[in-house]
Design a protein around this ligand. Structure first.
Ligand code: AMP
Ligand code: TRP
Length: 324
């Protein structure tokens, strides 16, 4: 029997950070290595056109995500790795979803509203972005989608789109489900009320940060005025965030960590966490895979992805009564 399909993508918008890694990428690798899924991982370059578009950086950033994928342990012999724009069926299907989805459903998306408020661009694509994401997923009959918490609403919309299409035009799409890590929302180090993101660079640990910067950022991480190392996300958001990061990187539970640091204070916790992080992120700092090699991996992946996508698109057009 064939394995269930699992898919996810990351946008090539600047450097990847610890939130991307612990919320998504680390899980990609574990799910791949479980051997239970037929995995597809792509670089969402069309999505990233909706924000801070800089054509000189774009290609480098696509390779940057591809390099991080491979450095993290994604193995192109086991998983299909490709670039979103190499499979034009995705944008074709997205148009169909644009035509069939009520405007109100897109307008309800929290991320759209946030980007609007923060004036992160004025493109129509900010609104229709989740429909392209739905296409990326439904095109491949993906059953599982590993993402961070901020993508759950988009995934719910994807399920609605699939269900509505199936009801109206006949069974065509698989309804996907999210796969979350234990750290689906890594918080900013210097503002633990907010999620870690590259727009708050001070509190953001980039995967290719130097050991010195990692140490500096972790030592400066905002905690609280007490000194007890305790996992209590309601009251001690800063320390709890550090403990969750520690747990995810070192494989020790927060309970074990509380015991280890009982009576020891935050300084020691931060020093040890810095050392653990510096070690865990070594593959990202040291990866030197040349663009040419990455390009060849992406070309091979696109060929495989396109096969599935083309067959699905044909089916969709038939369902809609469009000429094939
Ligand atoms: P993006 O950079 O927006 O393409 O995000 C790539 C992946 O990282 C998505 O699955 C996000 O949900 C996840 N992600 C981004 N920021 C965080 C964070 N602070 N904590 C956990 N996951 C995150
Ligand atoms: N929207 C996702 C993000 O910003 C990236 C993405 C695009 C994605 N298409 C996808 C994630 C399909 C999972 C599946 O993080």
């Amino acid at each position: 029997m064939s394995k269930p399909i699992l898919i996810s993508g990351i946008q090539p918008t600047g450097r990847l950070h610890l939130g991307n890694y612990l919320g998504a990428l680390k899980n990609f690798v574990e799910l791949q290595n479980s051997g239970k899924y037929d995995c597809y991982f792509f670089i969402a370059d069309y999505h990233s056109l909706t924000i801070d578009f800089d054509e000189r950086q774009k290609m480098g950033e696509v390779f940057g995500v591809a390099r991080a994928y491979l450095a993290s342990g994604i193995n192109p012999k086991k998983s299909t790795v490709f670039t979103q724009s190499h499979v034009p069926e995705s944008t074709e299907l997205a148009w169909i979803f644009n035509a069939l989805t009520p405007l109100g459903e897109a307008e309800r998306m929290t991320q759209f509203k946030e980007k609007r408020e923060q004036k992160l661009g004025t493109a129509v694509g900010l609104l229709t972005y989740p429909l392209l994401m739905a296409a990326d997923i439904l095109l491949y009959d993906a059953k599982f989608v590993p993402v961070g918490e901020d993508q759950l609403q988009h995934l719910e919309l994807t399920r609605d789109i699939a269900r509505r299409f199936n009801n109206r035009f006949g069974e065509t799409f698989v309804e996907p489900q999210a796969v979350l890590t234990k750290t689906p929302r890594v918080m900013s180090l210097n503002d633990p009320g907010k999620k870690m993101s590259k727009s708050l660079p001070e509190g953001c640990l980039f995967l290719d940060d130097s050991p010195k910067d990692i140490e500096k950022k972790i030592k400066r991480a905002v905690t609280d005025s007490e000194s007890e190392v305790k996992y209590d996300p309601g009251n001690k958001t800063g320390v709890s965030n550090l403990l969750l990061i520690y747990e995810a990187l070192a494989g020790k539970t927060t309970k074990e960590l509380e015991k280890k640091y009982a009576g020891k204070g935050y300084g020691q916790l931060k020093g040890d966490l810095a050392a653990v992080t510096i070690e865990a992120l070594k593959p990202f700092r040291e990866s030197k895979m040349p663009d040419k090699k990455l390009k060849s991996v992406l070309d091979t992946g696109a060929k495989k992805a396109k096969k599935l996508a083309a067959a699905k698109m044909k089916e969709v057009k038939n369902r809609l009564g469009l000429l094939n």
